[in-house]
Design a binder for this molecule. Structure first.
Ligand code: Q0Z
Length: 321
């Protein structure tokens, strides 16, 4: 007999659209862990002790090889994507450790997810998506065109798609349920949610993380247009903000190739451009607006995309993947 998956414990309902193209993607059985949640591209497990009780203060964060484009999950997966992004995030945590403490406990994880999982401190997560923008595009550009400002910060005139901002701007959003889109929050709404002191610290740290990221990345041929970070606090109330989740990866940030940067039009994506170009080309036979699931990616697009993730990792860190 098959039992329904309990809603809070299973794969969220909104995954149904992704499962339309990924019917085989069930949570892994990891010895010593229980699956608790799956996001679009990552999965969350809780460690279980020898008596089968959940370990209350830790989580296992697993990066999958899944890739989304135009709000669809692609098939097949991108080999090594989860491992590349996990190693990149760990490297950034180190680069940022003088700015903010992080949630990493250990990379000693089950063999089935070796290299693409991290054991972390379970925190009380702030109910704000902390976003900072260093270049103008996407939702920030729309807001600028309508109001001349982003998240209440007045910007210079005549900026265009891809313009570098004088300094990073904090543009927080709500945390919408999986599958729904986050909505902009005003700074006053962030203060109402977190209190003025924590709001100011979240804004300062988010902008400092993006500024540091760009100082390092620009020398290595990558621009980080914007990024989303997540903060938490210890459940016992001790200590300040802790940087959680992933940080400065192509999944949490817009990476642009610096040599192709040309304000005035949308910039190519460092990691997803081969996928987007193929999906919108006549060869794919697919239309973004059809409402139909996209076709399987050809092997050459999968390989080119894998190579871009590896290239970003190697350029940024100076290490061989
Ligand atoms: C992160 C997410 C998913 C991976 C919860 N240190 C932490 N403490 C408490 N909660 C989290 C973290 Cl990182 C936490 N997420 C986002 C969802 C897979 C990460 F399905 N959710």
């Amino acid at each position: 007999m098959t039992l329904p998956i309990p809603p809070e414990r299973g794969v969220p309902d909104r995954l149904s659209r992704w499962q339309a193209v990924r019917v085989t993607d069930l949570p892994l059985h990891l010895p010593g862990y229980e699956h608790i949640y799956s996001g679009k591209v990552r999965d969350l497990y809780a460690p279980v002790d020898d008596d089968g009780a959940l370990v209350p203060d830790q989580l296992l964060l697993v990066a999958s090889n899944r890739l989304s484009a135009y709000d669809w999950m692609m098939s097949p997966e991108i080999p090594d994507k989860g491992a590349v992004l996990t190693r990149l995030s760990l490297w950034w945590f180190d680069q940022l450790s003088d700015l903010v403490p992080n949630h990493v406990v250990s990379t000693d994880v089950p063999a089935a997810v070796a290299g693409r999982a991290v054991l972390v401190r379970k925190l009380d997560m702030l109910k704000v998506e902390a976003i900072a923008r260093a270049y103008l595009t996407g939702g920030g550009l729309e807001e600028y065109r309508a109001a001349g400002s982003v998240s209440g910060v007045v910007l210079p005139e005549r900026l265009v798609d891809g313009s570098r901002l004088p300094e990073p701007v904090f543009t927080p959003t709500t945390k919408a349920p999986v599958g729904e889109h986050d909505l902009p929050m005003t700074y006053a709404e962030v203060e109402a949610e977190l209190g003025a002191d924590v709001a100011a610290e979240v804004s300062r740290l988010t902008r400092a993380i993006l500024a540091r990221g760009n100082e390092i990345a620009a020398e290595r041929g990558i621009l980080i247009a914007d990024t989303k970070v997540e903060f938490g606090v210890s459940p016992d109330g001790s200590g300040g903000l802790v940087l959680a989740d992933e940080v400065l990866t192509p999944d949490s940030s817009r990476f642009w190739p610096a040599d192709l940067w040309e304000p005035g039009h949308p910039q190519p994506s460092y990691d997803k451009q081969f996928v987007r170009d193929w999906l919108t080309s006549p060869e794919s036979g697919w239309s973004k607006t059809s409402g139909e699931a996209p076709p399987e990616l050809p092997a050459h697009v999968v390989e080119q995309t894998r190579a871009k993730y590896v290239e970003a990792y190697e350029r940024l860190t100076g290490e061989t993947f």
